[in-house]
Ligand binder design. Sequence first.
Ligand SMILES: [Ca+2]
Ligand SMILES: [Ca+2]
Length: 195
Amino acid sequence: MKKYLVIFFVILVFSMVACQKDETPPTVIANDTTVNNLEIVNPETFLIVSDDVDKVDKLTFSFTIIDELDQNIERINQKAGVYQISYTVSDRAGNETTGSFQLTVLDVLPPVVTANFEMINGPITTSYDIESLFTCFDESSTDGCFLHSWMVVSTRESTTGIMPLPEEAGEYYLKIWVSDLRSNKTVIVIPMIIE
Ligand SMILES: [Ca+2]
Ligand SMILES: [Ca+2]
């Protein structure tokens, strides 16, 4: 009889524990975060999460990028900018914690630049509108790109040269540096024949 009583109480206690309702939402700490352009973004790793009952891998996460049409969080790394991310973390009993944090995506990619001419050929007196010699775009940001500097050099590899244009006939190279607003630069080289 005593044995049955023990079993009864064990089952009773077990049932009481099992029936105890989880009414406490997860605890979430979210810090503002910065990533580089094209760095893989897993927003769950930006949150420090715990729950009184469930292990973290049993919780449900959802994220919304505020004021953005494209809600694919994995693509947010493609354009530099400052984004507000709202999150909801739910435990298995349906208790939710919501909040938001700021994600900054830095532009670390240089502009894509193409020369508009394969070669420059002209008399000594020719002056050039350097900006008309190239086309650029900066796919990583909406800030665009611009002429940073240029130099006439004697060999393609040279990093020292003359500015403005040469006063003697000969073969030269025009090096043009193009920058975006975060000072990421691309250099192009256009051969020059000055007659
Ligand atoms: Ca809970
Ligand atoms: Ca860029």
